[in-house]
Ligand binder design. Sequence first.
Ligand SMILES: NC(=O)c1ccc[n+]([C@@H]2O[C@H](COP(=O)([O-])OP(=O)(O)OC[C@H]3O[C@@H](n4cnc5c(N)ncnc54)[C@H](OP(=O)(O)O)[C@@H]3O)[C@@H](O)[C@H]2O)c1
Length: 328
Amino acid sequence: MIIRLLYFENLVKAWRVALFGIYGFRNFTTQSFMEHSKKFKEQDMEIRMEGKNCVVTGANSGIGFATAAGLASRGATVRLVCRNQERGEAALSRIKSSTGNPNVFLEICDLSSMSDIKSFASRISSRDEPIHVLVNNAGLVNNDRVITPEGLEMNFAVNSVGTFAMTELMLPSLKKAAPDARVITVSSGGMYSAPLPKDFQSDERNFNGALQYARDKRLQVALTERWAELHGEEGIGFYSMHPGWADTPGVATSLPGFRQRLTGKLRTTEEGADTVIWLALQPKEKLTSGAFYFDRAEAPKHLPLAGTAGSHANIVSLVESLRSLSNL
Ligand SMILES: NC(=O)c1ccc[n+]([C@@H]2O[C@H](COP(=O)([O-])OP(=O)(O)OC[C@H]3O[C@@H](n4cnc5c(N)ncnc54)[C@H](OP(=O)(O)O)[C@@H]3O)[C@@H](O)[C@H]2O)c1
């Protein structure tokens, strides 16, 4: 009986991954970006951001770097949140010189560490500065099960707990920018392949980095929905999004086989960052708080026949676990 159940469970998992793969090949490549961009409006990206304070996590590389550069080029004050001083400084100097914007700053913070996130939040709060845009971009797929010094599995620590804690701790500064404040969380189409589980950290025996990542990314979408419900009246908009499949250092390191199979089909980092920047620029009346976006449009949170839709009900208890895990 147990063997039959396990077999069925694995069959369902494989079915969801297959559905996601088929949908992804049709929609997430650079060719589909070109196709979807026929509907884009040039003027949507012509909005300036002088006087707006933005925080971008994981800004030294890939989609985060392209996002930070795109916001800085439109005149925003941008704080690059990076875990490594050297990589952060290199990104800072490239962005300053390519955009000519002097208001770009580096903040060192490891998103897998609650104590780092708390010190970053207290630095921001001591400056009493409103945050107009928080981009939760930092993320990773770690194929090995690594435990952080604070006792959390690494994918879960950065993608889930880090995103949760960063957003919760930025709420007071976001409220100062209301009604124009927004939180944009860079999730992934990978979340289509997993429902939201009831509890989170996978044990050593059953560890699967890709599945953990998909669950973390599903959590980001469900959290965005929940934050929109809880903070709807406070002038903060919450949006999650998928960048498409982009050729980034993260993909090269963690998914080399996938990258090789998609040679010539992956998006550029600028194409990956396009919807993040679009979400940062649009008047909020145009956007739906709690929604999931892809290629400048609202996108479904579940694929037909994937059986993931009911799982978002678990978010209420998961938020409580995240709060206690992050000691907030
Ligand atoms: N590329 C894609 O096809 C794709 C598809 C769907 C979703 N995404 C999402 O897009 C986001 C950006 O990924 P990417 O593809 O641009 O990969 P990337 O080039 O590896 O960028 C990830 C960024 O996150 C940072 N980061 C990782 N762990 C961190 C930590 N503990 N503390 C602080 N920063 C940390 C990295 O810093 P280091 O350089 O120091 O490692 C890097 O700056 C991720 O959330 C990813 O899940 C990407």
